[in-house]
Design a protein around this ligand. Sequence first.
Ligand code: ADP
Length: 256
Amino acid sequence: MEKTIIECDNVSFHYEHSTVLEDISLEVKEGEFWALIGPNGSGKSTLINIILGLLKPDQGNIKLFGQNIDSFKQRERIGYVSQKSNSFNSGFPATVLEVVKSGLARKIGLFKSFTKHDEQKAMDALRVVKMDDFANKNIGELSGGQQQRVFIARALVGEPDLLIMDEPTVGIDQKNVASFYSMLNALNREHGIAILLVTHEVDLVTELATHVACLNRSIHFHGNRSDYKKMNDADISAWYGHPVRRVHQDEKEGQR
Ligand code: ADP
């Protein structure tokens, strides 16, 4: 049976005067690809920050890989790519390879120098995201989508079992989004890495994730992709807070 790698149990959180998360329970198991979806301001980033241990919930428990978050020490098992990763300007003085190697700092210690083996691992991670040809380029010369792939390589270099991404397609132009997502699919299916992807898009997940959680302060739905697809647009709209109409697969095919 698959092991549970994230367990949120009745988690609630407030900032100053407003409750942002209410009674969140969610379980992510190894090998699963979860899309955490919700409108802007629905608490998605807050929940991710709680799972990453950056915020403490008011109540409820979090377990990571079966351990209580307070005693969890194997941080390298979780790779994280934030929304703002892909915004280096052209003058930023680091090569792609250096950026990826910096992902090992947590594992080997900040002031140790990198070995040939570390460099090899960084190149392997770049190959996974198909960016090995760019290893010696300056990070700032790359497009937003290419930078985002490099930051995924940086998150992968420590060989995590779980990759958490907050709106990773922000700043990627539309024509590159599909290939970005197919790379995520390969990471999940071929490399067995569990993924928790935060997005405000209600549509893309139907072709990607194995599981979906709909958040708007509380969890309105969580389950597998086929059950999410069975929900009607009116239910999705009621949760989302304004009318949502998902594009259905047959319509998409008609558009091709
Ligand atoms: P999402 O990621 O779904 O857009 P967030 O978790 O960023 O949502 O924010 C949820 C709510 O909490 C929003 O109303 C936001 O304005 C508020 N919020 C986020 N961060 C803070 C903060 N540091 N202090 C006060 N309120 C915050």
